[in-house]
Design a protein around this ligand. Sequence first.
Ligand SMILES: *[C@@H]1O[C@H](CO)[C@@H](O)[C@H](O)[C@H]1NC(C)=O
Ligand SMILES: *[C@@H]1O[C@H](CO)[C@@H](O)[C@H](O)[C@H]1NC(C)=O
Length: 475
Amino acid sequence: MAETRDSLHIVMLPWLAFGHMMPYLELAKLMAGKGHRISFLSAPRNIDRIPKPPSDLASLISFVKLPLPAVEHLPEGAEATSDLPYNKIQYLKKSYDMLQEPVAQFLESSDPDWIMYDFAPYWAGSIASRLGIRSVFFSIMTGACLGFLGPVWALKGGDYRKTPEDFTKRPNWVPFPTRVAFRHFEIKKIFDAVIGNASGVTDLYRFGAGQESCDIIALRSSYEVEPEWLSLLRDIHTKPIFPVGLLPPRDPETRGEMDSWRSIKEWLDSQKKGTVVYVAFGSEAKPSQIELTEIALGLELSGLPFFWVLKTRLGSSDTESVVLPNGFEERVKGHGVVWDSWVPQLNILAHDSVGGFLTHAGWSSVVEALSFERALILFTFLADQGLNARFLEERQIGYPIPRNESDGSVTRQSVAESLRLVMVEEKGRVYREKAKEMRPIFGDKEIQERYVNNLLNYLKEHRPVKHLKSKGITI
Ligand SMILES: *[C@@H]1O[C@H](CO)[C@@H](O)[C@H](O)[C@H]1NC(C)=O
Ligand SMILES: *[C@@H]1O[C@H](CO)[C@@H](O)[C@H](O)[C@H]1NC(C)=O
């Protein structure tokens, strides 16, 4: 792909979580596919771990390794949230904030047209504007999440919301009825995002400052899915809002990691069409021991075939690994599989035998599942997952396993009943049908193409003036 006078150089700075780096990389590939140059910044071991782009794009995407400064309590070698238990992620943010100087140096020496940055590097927008580089706050979250989080004043320390209770209600800047809000047990678990932690800056502040100092806001969303939330964002931020599309998965990989896929496929091939529940909670979540036991016994009680990808430990510094109930794997042998290492999730979701997905409601997993018409059963853990779940629940696109409002606990009976409802019972037909209806919205490549073109047109028209002149473009 040749670079032309028209082509841009765009720097990408995603947060150190695979759920953030992967959608950034997906968008990078779509933009490189149109001849633009991308510099993708992350910590060295993350870059070694993300899948390499196809060879026709390789020359346009450069990966830039920024070593993370050592920080007390941050285990050595931990560079992504999936390397760490939840209570250590605060130290990863602290170390990440120490990259301000190296990022500024890189921007200064490479002089890109634009930088696209995530919520964590809330400082990137002001560095960029100091250097005459334009900036996009690019959120991998939905408009519903950003809309619930709200305007800059509410994020940067306004006292509109102070207690966990305050986050369980629709905020007053949302003018339409919606159930999008946290549940008690969800916000309590992540309340350090509101009150702050070792990095000295709250996550809410990061969202506020990041959105305040950018030129435009982009997000992984589309008008087909949430027009009302996108229009709300336009009102509360008074700057251009660009949905970049949902970034649906490409065709599943058939190369690489073939050995694990071959044996998984063999098992899936032996199951009946649409009967298997795929169970996976993303790279960052680990059920508590009590949750794990109830989910396991619930799966067993449901009698449904299942394939479960289970993380029992979060990185080598995690001292609290969890275990399956005694004799569980023996008892479910033949109709249930528990897998404890990396899987090609896309291949599994694309397989005909899979009918439903018991998921943490991470947005990437939701997009992948709905691109393949898989019905959703929801069990949230962290971050924006609760807000995604409410968004899906109110449209009957996903069914939440009933939980205790105060501590989030579940029973094996409610796990089994929820799974049977969504997978087989007549009463749950709506969930299976909704998943089918969503495919043209979540999986459409042409819609995706339109959103990327639209963003790129804006980025081209509004590139820094100094670059327009040096490229001989008159304005
Ligand atoms: C940060 O938050 C975590 C999780 O809420 C908590 O366990 C930890 O004690 C907090 N640390 C500090 C230094 O506030
Ligand atoms: C929900 O959890 C709380 C706190 O653990 C407990 O006191 C309460 O009895 C539970 N409620 C139900 C209905 O089980």
